[in-house]
Design a protein around this ligand. Sequence first.
Ligand code: F0G
Length: 352
Amino acid sequence: MYEGLLKTFKEYLPITEKTPMISLAEGNTPLIPLHNLSKELGINLYGKYEGLNPTGSFKDRGMVMAVAKAVEDGAKAIICASTGNTSAAAAAYATRAGIKAYVVIPDGKIAMGKLAQAIIYGADIISIPGNFDEALKAVREIAETEAVALVNSVNPYRLEGQKTAAFEICQQLEKAPDVLAIPVGNAGNISAYWKGFKEWHEAKGTTLPRMHGFEAEGAAAIVKGAVIEQPETIATAIRIGNPASWRLAENARDESKGYIDSVTDTEILNAYKKVAAQDGVFVEPGSAASLAGVIQHVKAGKIKSGETVVCVFTGNGLKDPDTAINETTVDIHKMSDLEAMRSHLRQGVAKL
Ligand code: F0G
């Protein structure tokens, strides 16, 4: 039976005899070949579908490790700032470990599914009028004076857990990809993957990929080289103007000879719809930044034809049903009898 990341990758993680081996069977997510997009782009494209983690995002990988260490150190409560996914994972793993989660979110700027998760897992939810960056500043200060463990990705245990996705990709492909394409928000995940690829390279002799990170244009602090006070993007998950792991991300880019570039909301929405409609994978808008970036980089020649590319799909599309409904033209055919349905079907099927 698969028993989650702490057991599976024990020797690569900071685990002691005292670490509680909590698990929701996180990790072990599929690497899905994207046949139609591969053909269109002339590359071998795969999606690492992190939306199939227990709370629907990659955050479970880091949270299982951070919560286990918090409990090991005697914490009775954890706290995090979040654009939604971190708070869902924190809430679930705190419940699992029998401790309390306090989650601080930007008012009105988190996707509905994520808020629903924090509620149902039983977190204490604090909503502030500011954005994610302000929420993160607040929880960092609070964690210094109060009896709560901070579980944002400034907590190094988060990156330790998250690096396991790079291990899985190397196992699934039986090699490292040429390019790893990944959305960048607070910049923890790109840093964690790079650490993971380097460790697997050391242990197993795999090659190292180029890291291609993508910020949303309205929140592209690293690309622009300046903090963005009022970040804006449809991809609320990565609506972050002052990434905490800024330097680590630049280091991953430079060491791997990769890029951190930006993608517009239009490019994000195009990729978001494309991967669902052409290859049957529903990801959240923030996750589609990775595919939007791949499309941009293939055109720009930064990704060469025939290369093996893995897109990290960080979160499940079901997290944010409002965007799916509001950003598409939906054709819902209202019909009240079987005859109308038959004739509708016949017309449709005749065109196939
Ligand atoms: N994709 C999704 C779906 C996310 O939720 C996040 C970050 C990222 C990408 C970016 O990852 O921050 O490590 O660069 N979400 C955080 C949260 C900020 O609070 O859930 P990153």
